[in-house]
Unconditional design. Structure first.
Length: 419
């Protein structure tokens, strides 16, 4: 058996025949796919077993446990198991690419999340909104100002605004001049804080905005890549969307809209153009000081009221991965030119490709194992006598790459392991 992985991570696998005439089978982190007939030399990917496969210099049979191989070369018989566990593969997932159509494509190029009735996403006290973003300055030309509703004329990333009175309050996040703005209003007075860091630089950035209720009001903060970017005082009170609120705009008011100005009120309220990923909304102010940004997708906890991984990769349902799962959204795809928001494989998390383990039938009675690229002491070769007995132990060869091992029959199992 030849396998690469750590239990949550699988890598490439390759079996090479003698004199470049034998079969070659590949497994990579994008997923596994069942093979058809293979002609040597070649490389294919496979998944759960489906049908027998013959090779030029041997035969292989897929069954419930994986790919059983039996290759004959120079009178030497080598046999073993090649296992593919698709559940162990890591993928970077997907993100959403918005194109800022705004008023030119009413109610499109956005994600809409209903706020009624009693949806957990409808935060109004202390809260945190955090996400990953990637945008270009030339595609986002809105402007923002401090004070009152100064965020609303920027390229709007999150819009939880309302038309008219009769509500507890509202909030929003936008970008002006490539810098972030976060504003809230409690129905009596409002304010907007504006950051100083340029985030519209075509690079991925982690952004967190927090509202922390304090005696007599609140404290608003913007963090970029874990560093405090702006801070200011704001109004107190509940700023959530009031359940049952009467509105003349039922298709926009009772929603949290992502990536666009929710009412399509005019070109003076532009929408966001760029990528968004990993949106988490919490009912606490998670950060009050600088912190280390996450390096992997969010894991929900008790304070997570909405979590959008944007990993669906297709269709229009946006799942909520929070503990309640009670605040799903919908992708409103469309717009002239390039419609959005489009599913994208451009994400903030890059998973390094694991090494590829190769096996070559060499001299009579021996197999040479090696892996590429060289990994130093990051990966170690392990072995076990069978699938049903024993356990994985470090091979005596350890970190040695390449290594020649006996072509044991009926089987010997090998894998690469990352300690």
């Amino acid at each position: 058996m030849f396998e690469t992985g750590t239990g949550t991570r699988a890598g490439n696998l390759r079996l090479d025949g003698v004199n470049s005439r034998g079969p070659s089978i590949g497994l990579d982190r994008r997923g596994c796919h069942s093979p058809a007939r293979l002609r040597s030399p070649t490389r294919r990917e496979f998944s759960r077993p489906e049908r027998p496969t013959r090779f030029a210099r041997g035969r292989a049979r897929l069954d419930a446990r994986g790919l059983r191989f039996r290759l004959i070369s120079r009178g030497v018989v080598a046999a073993g198991w090649l296992l593919c566990a698709a559940s162990g593969l890591l993928a970077n997932g997907t993100s959403l690419r918005f194109y800022g159509h705004g008023v030119s494509a009413p109610d499109l190029d956005r994600v809409k999340i209903p706020l009624q009735t009693n949806r957990p996403v409808d935060v109004g006290g202390s809260f945190t909104v955090e996400f990953w973003m990637k945008a270009a300055l030339g595609e986002n030309t809105g402007t923002v100002t401090t004070g009152n509703d100064g965020w609303i004329t920027g390229n709007i990333i999150f819009d939880r605004d309302v038309y008219g009175g009769g509500d507890y309050g509202d909030w929003g996040i936008a970008m002006g001049g490539g810098r972030l703005a976060f504003g809230i209003h409690n129905g009596s007075w409002g304010t907007t804080i504006v950051g100083t860091n340029l985030v519209a630089d075509s690079q991925w950035h982690h952004v967190a905005v927090t509202r922390q209720l304090v005696s007599g009001g609140s404290v608003l903060r913007i963090f970029v890549d874990g560093v405090l970017d702006a801070q200011g005082s704001g109004p107190g009170g509940d700023i959530s969307y009031r359940d049952g609120r009467a509105t003349a705009w039922p298709n926009s008011d009772p929603y949290l809209v992502v990536g666009a100005e929710k009412h399509d009120a005019g070109p003076e309220y532009p929408s966001y153009s760029g990528w968004l990923d990993e949106v988490r909304i919490s009912n606490v102010a998670r950060y009050t000081n600088n912190f280390t940004p996450p390096t992997s997708p969010f894991t929900p906890d008790a304070a997570t009221v909405a979590l959008y991984h944007f990993d669906e990769g297709a269709d229009d349902t946006i799942g909520d991965a929070s503990p309640s799962g009670a605040s799903p959204g919908v992708r409103r795809f469309g717009g002239g030119g390039t419609p959005g928001p489009a599913w994208s494989t451009d994400t903030p998390f890059v998973t390094p490709a694991p090494p590829t383990l190769h096996a070559t039938l060499s001299t009579a009675g021996w197999i040479t194992l090696w892996w590429t690229p060289p990994t130093g002491t990051n990966w170690i070769l392990q072995e076990r006598p069978s699938l049903s007995t024993g356990s994985w132990t470090n091979s005596p060869s350890g970190w040695t790459n390449p290594v020649t091992v006996p072509a044991a029959f009926p089987e010997k199992l090998y894998r690469l392991f990352k300690p």
